[in-house]
Design a protein around this ligand. Structure first.
Ligand SMILES: O=C(O)c1ccc(O)c(O)c1
Ligand SMILES: [Mg+2]
Length: 629
């Protein structure tokens, strides 16, 4: 599949955008006219730059408000078009996007629109240029791709074809299966964009909220399946108007964009094979002109192998682990790194390269079936491989860096509770006795607001974690958007939170910049909390108002309520079961949670999240670990 991207997707100058597209691995680009108009470089310079970067100039766009106009206006429009055709000849671009008229059309007649497009096609032919006619979802008379196609058919000129844009088609709820009926040679160009579900006028939705495939709610895989079946084999181009992408690093956005397209290509190939099998076609013998690349298929992760906290001075964090019932299993034989363990939960405390750093979650390990295949898939999806110094005889660990810079280690699942690498700590990683903590239940990673969509796409495409419904949690610093990403059996759960901006700024007055946490699963949270209290654990305090409300909502047994309140435990209940949990104080940028899931409770105590955020905020404000409790 030939990949392309519109320059309008990215921030920066035209030159910066082009370099970012090339570095991310795109085959070509669409030049958005505005980017050229404001550039100090001549069309010839841009042509030469594209050639030196190995980028084809697949499209020049947009040409607006052409068809359905009076004869006077048509003359002016043809004059305007001819200027663009000669410009395109200088650029070396041979396809121009003509979008349906939104402003100046006065004649609602397909015959008129078609004959005017035909005249434009005749002029274009003289310049060797093809016109791709696109129905904008808010076009005056033409806003539907099948309507645009009827006009292209009527125009009946070899230089006049269609541009399909998934946003305009899917935002209006149109059925994309009609794409298969369009002759492939009449599809001159294809643009892809996804979008979140929003109730908004379609123009504002399109201009501000488009996202890359896989980051929104549209079924772009189905769209692509119809496109492949049509026989189309031209560029598949991303055209994403997004307020955030336009103001953040173009290099980073281009990589996010490329990841979305590689992943879409894979899912399309898988969906096509499934559908061919269902309909009795032999998938292998069924050939379409478009070649679809695949990725190493990997099974979803089966559990957390470890969490790692980086800290220059880890005393407080290790103290909390001890208070929670963890034991120090050993120190690494060559590095200032210790392994702490309780049941199947392992926490690595790493003092290497931690100078000046407050404690923070730096890495997590996932159990996977085939670590090299999982790492190779992630790297093909543009994840940065992580290299860590290791001795010749140490286990080779596969790892990649997530967009939030957490390092994700892909570890071999052993199934018996041991881990091979623990040997380097002089142990098999299992501690004596029966700790109440059994495993890592979930890990919560704060995400800078501008990289949230990228993070969700990353974790879903590279690790096969599936997003659950997202939540909005009120906090004193603003609304916190929370997105859980989960393996299907819940063995791996990541909770991604947008860090509100106020929290970012709180770093300047000594508070946590992006506090993140590890939640441990436990078999008896009341007993564990009692033991932790005896050992002097600093619990996150919970206000009395919370317990009054809890009683009003759940009519708890008096003894349970007393237990909860005296131990700073939080509580939730739904049709599936009950959830009891507590939080520790925050040290640097990290804190811990302990949870007990009763029956089949599958959530995270969402109604309690505002209580936690407010209590943490109180502590940051009061500037002491004792807070206002
Ligand atoms: O929003 C617009 O005007 C616009 C312009 C060109 C396109 O290809 C498009 O999909 C939208
Ligand atoms: Mg478009």
């Amino acid at each position: 599949m030939r990949t392309s991207i519109a320059t309008v997707c990215l921030s920066g100058t035209l030159e910066e955008k082009m370099r970012a597209c090339a570095a991310a691995g795109f085959d070509g680009i669409e030049i958005f006219e505005q980017d050229l108009l404001v550039s100090p470089h001549s069309p010839e310079d841009i042509r030469a730059l594209a050639a030196s970067l190995g980028l084809s100039l697949d499209l020049y766009q947009p040409f607006r408000d052409f068809e359905g106009v009076s004869e006077d206006l048509l003359e002016a429009n043809l004059y305007r078009a001819e200027a663009k055709f000669s410009l395109m000849n200088r650029l070396g671009a041979d396809t121009m996007l003509v979008c349906s008229n939104v402003a100046t059309a006065s004649i609602d007649d397909d015959g008129v629109a078609a004959s005017q497009l035909r005249r434009l096609g005749e002029v274009a032919a003289g310049y060797g240029i093809r016109l791709a006619y696109e129905a904008l979802a808010w076009g005056r008379y033409v806003n539907d791709y099948e309507h645009a196609q009827r006009i292209v058919d009527l125009a009946d000129h070899p230089n006049v074809g269609t541009c399909l844009d998934s946003f305009h088609i899917l935002s209006r709820g149109a059925d994309p299966s009609g794409i298969e009926k369009i002759p492939a040679e009449k599809i001159f160009f294809v643009q892809l964009a996804d979008a979140p579900e929003l109730s908004l006028d379609v123009l504002s939705w399109s201009r501000h909220y488009r996202v890359f495939p896989g980051e929104g709610a549209f079924d772009l895989t189905a769209f692509m399946v119809h496109l492949v079946r049509s026989g189309y084999n031209g560029p598949v181009s991303l055209e994403v108007f997004n307020d955030v992408f336009r103001q953040t690093s173009e290099d980073r956005t281009a990589v996010d964009a490329m990841r979305s397209l590689i992943w879409l290509e894979e899912r399309t190939s898988v969906r096509l094979a499934e559908q061919n099998q269902l309909s009795g076609n032999d998938a292998g013998s069924r050939r379409y002109p478009m070649d679809l690349a695949t990725l190493p298929a990997v099974a979803e992760p089966t559990g957390f192998n470890f969490a790692e906290v980086l800290a220059e001075d880890p005393g407080d964090v290790e103290g909390m682990l001890f208070q929670l019932g963890f034991s120090c299993v050993g120190t690494h034989r060559t590095k200032p790194v210790r392994l702490w363990s309780a049941g199947g939960a392992r926490v690595i405390i790493n003092q290497q390269q931690a100078r000046g750093l407050a404690p923070a979650i730096s890495a997590l390990g996932l159990d996977v079936q085939d670590p090299p295949a999982a790492a190779s898939r992630a790297v093909q999806l543009k994840a940065q491989p992580v290299s860590r110094r290791s001795q010749a005889d140490e286990a080779v660990l596969q790892a990649v860096s997530a967009p939030d810079s957490t390092e994700i280690f892909l570890c071999e699942a052993t199934g018996d509770g041991t881990v091979a690498w623990a040997e380097e700590f002089g142990s098999d990683g299992v501690v004596e006795g029966e700790p109440l903590i059994t495993h890592i239940d979930h890990i919560n990673l704060s995400q800078p607001w501008q990289h949230f969509d990228e993070a969700v796409l990353f974790y879903e495409s590279t690790l096969s974690l599936v997003p659950r419904a997202s939540q909005e949690v009120p906090s004193p610093m603003g609304l916190v958007r929370s997105q859980v990403m989960c393996s299907s059996d819940g063995a791996v759960r990541l909770a991604l939170n947008i860090a509100p901006m106020a929290l970012e700024q709180s770093g300047s007055h000594g508070g946590p910049e992006y506090p993140q946490h590890v939640a441990f699963g436990c078999s008896d949270v009341v007993a564990l909390a009692r033991q932790a209290r005896q050992r002097g654990l600093d619990f996150l305090p919970v206000p009395d108002n919370y317990y009054e409300d809890l009683q009003a909502r759940f009519r708890l047994d008096a003894a349970l309520l007393e237990n909860l309140q005296s131990l700073n435990l939080l509580y939730d209940r739904d049709e599936d079961g009950e959830f009891l949990h507590f939080y520790t104080a925050t040290v640097g940028n990290v804190f811990f949670e302990v949870v007990e899931r009763r029956s089949r409770y599958d959530g995270y105590g969402a109604p309690n999240a505002p209580v936690r955020l407010a209590s943490q905020y109180q502590r940051v404000r009061s500037g002491s670990r004792d807070g206002a409790s």
